[in-house]
Design a binder for this molecule. Structure first.
Ligand code: NAD
Length: 261
């Protein structure tokens, strides 16, 4: 499709899509005509209602499938339950901030499982479906932290660097097919994952909320603005267009200039 055309007939599976960036990507793809499968591990009535609302507003089929992305079997089952997967968006992610000696082992394992290994399991299931359909898009939501590091985010930075490596490998394994794999690398976006970091950072640096946003979070974002979830949703739609057909194995930064520093 070109930018103005529709994704009608395609099915998109977006992991971790009941809030934040994943939700915005699911809405943007539905708005472009794709049927969507929303996911998180929560399985609340409101998750199913959210899918219903998106489907109703966009005039597409939308459903919610609960699956815990820390569990390889549930990652694989999500794609099996979707039935087809033309567009796979690996977005589910969590964060934990602590110096390496104090970083809880369980948190390390959980972050690597959710932020990195889940993308391997879903991709392994989705590629045969994309090949059968003769078209596919893998969009991995990495981060500026997939390209640079920050102290106290060892697991997150390691996982996001890993996601970019997985993206490149996926691109090479599909290079001669109508399938692409790319990573979106946002800088700071004001979503729940970031909101949760504010109180700890306030404590750690004895700062106000405003100071944390300005002096810690946006200090490395030269634009001094958060990226928005809508900008990321639009980027995902672009990656599904024909304009992006030769764009594969690469990273798209939406970080206000962070990685240009
Ligand atoms: P968020 O907390 O709003 O969303 C995270 C999503 O992941 C939620 O839908 C949550 O339900 C889901 N999730 C968490 N654990 C899960 C599990 N075990 N199984 C299934 N789903 C699970 O945060 P967000 O900012 O929208 O983050 C989305 C992605 O964007 C993450 O991968 C994050 O690392 C990445 N990212 C965010 C920012 C930012 O500044 N917000 C910047 C760069 C990258």
């Amino acid at each position: 499709m070109t930018l103005g055309e529709s994704l009608r007939g395609k099915t998109a599976v977006v992991t971790g899509s009941n809030s934040g960036i994943g939700l915005a990507i699911a809405k943007a793809l539905a708005g472009a005509g794709a049927d969507v499968v929303l996911n998180s591990f929560t399985d609340r009535a409101e998750d199913h209602a959210l899918a219903e609302q998106i489907g109703h507003e966009a005039g597409v089929s939308a459903r919610y499938v609960a699956a815990d992305m820390s569990d390889p079997a549930q990652c694989r089952d999500l794609i099996a339950q979707a039935g087809r997967c033309d567009i796979l968006v690996n977005n589910a992610g969590i964060q934990h901030v602590a110096p390496i000696p104090e970083f809880p082992e369980g948190k390390w394992d959980q972050i690597i499982a959710i932020n990195l290994s889940s993308a391997f399991h879903t991709t392994a299931m989705a590629l045969p479906m994309m090949r059968a359909a003769g078209w596919g898009r893998v969009i991995n939501v990495a981060s500026a932290h997939g390209l640079t590091a920050s102290p106290y985010k060892s697991a997150y930075v390691a996982a996001k660097h890993g996601v970019i490596g997985l993206t490149k490998t996926t691109a090479l394994e599909t290079a001669q097919e109508a399938i692409t794999a790319n990573a979106i690398c946002p800088g700071y976006v004001l979503t729940p994952i970031v909101e949760k970091q504010i109180p700890d950072t306030m404590k750690e640096y004895a700062m106000t909320r405003e100071e944390v946003i300005e002096k810690v979070m946006l200090t490395r974002q030269p634009s001094k603005q958060f990226a928005t979830v809508e900008q990321i949703g639009g980027t995902a739609v672009f990656l599904c267009s024909e304009h992006a057909a030769q764009m594969t194995g690469t990273t798209l930064s939406l970080d206000g200039g962070w990685t240009a520093l």
